[in-house]
Design a protein around this ligand. Sequence first.
Ligand code: ZN
Ligand code: ZN
Length: 251
Amino acid sequence: MVDAGISTKQILKRMDERGLDASKLRALFITHEHSDHMRGARVMGKRLQIPVYMTAKTYDGSYKNLRPDFPRFFTCDETIIVDDFTVHPVQKFHDAAEPCSFRISYNDINIGVFTDIGEACDNVKEHVAKCNALFLESNYDEKMLWEGRYPQFLKERVASKVGHLSNDQAFELLDKHTNGELKCVFLSHISKDNNTHKKALATMQPLSNRFEITIASRFEASEVYQLTSTAGHKKQIPNNPQNLKLQFPEF
Ligand SMILES: [Zn+2]
Ligand SMILES: [Zn+2]
């Protein structure tokens, strides 16, 4: 699991609603210390008895009451092996102590979780290009942000190089830095004040013939997707959306 920005109770409830067994979780990785990514970190680690990975700087920068009891520290230049998964930290621009996103590899499948990015640096672009599925921030609509109710300093912070990706920035990243191996994108970390699902989707519309694009709501769990690497199989979409399988050729 990457990040725990809501309470453990909510996480477990939403997993259960989608038929996901929390006892199968093997580790929790924290991207940075902001509470919308760490709120449930301590209790999740304790309740499920799983390791909570973060950098030492993220730990030091976090609220004491959210810190896991037994953190596992990593540095952003190493890869971390958890059973059959390989986790690649991806350092990025964001106003936190040592923010990183993650690309997770399993059986030649790569899934990227990329949120809270002020500006997509070469490092982010390089890892995005390797992904078969992306959980990608599409935080704000430019017009809504600048005309909205946020105080000026906060508007500037959101739009800065260490803030968040706008719909247009997310579009550019997807348009220019992904290849044919990318099958689906979850637009995520969508601001409730400065964006709408409709605007985020409309921005990405020109890309809809290249990969599936869907919205990850902040209020409820998304459908569950299974990605499998199977030689010679084409993409299959069963009727039951909760069991949607995307199958890739071996590469
Ligand atoms: Zn955030
Ligand atoms: Zn943040």
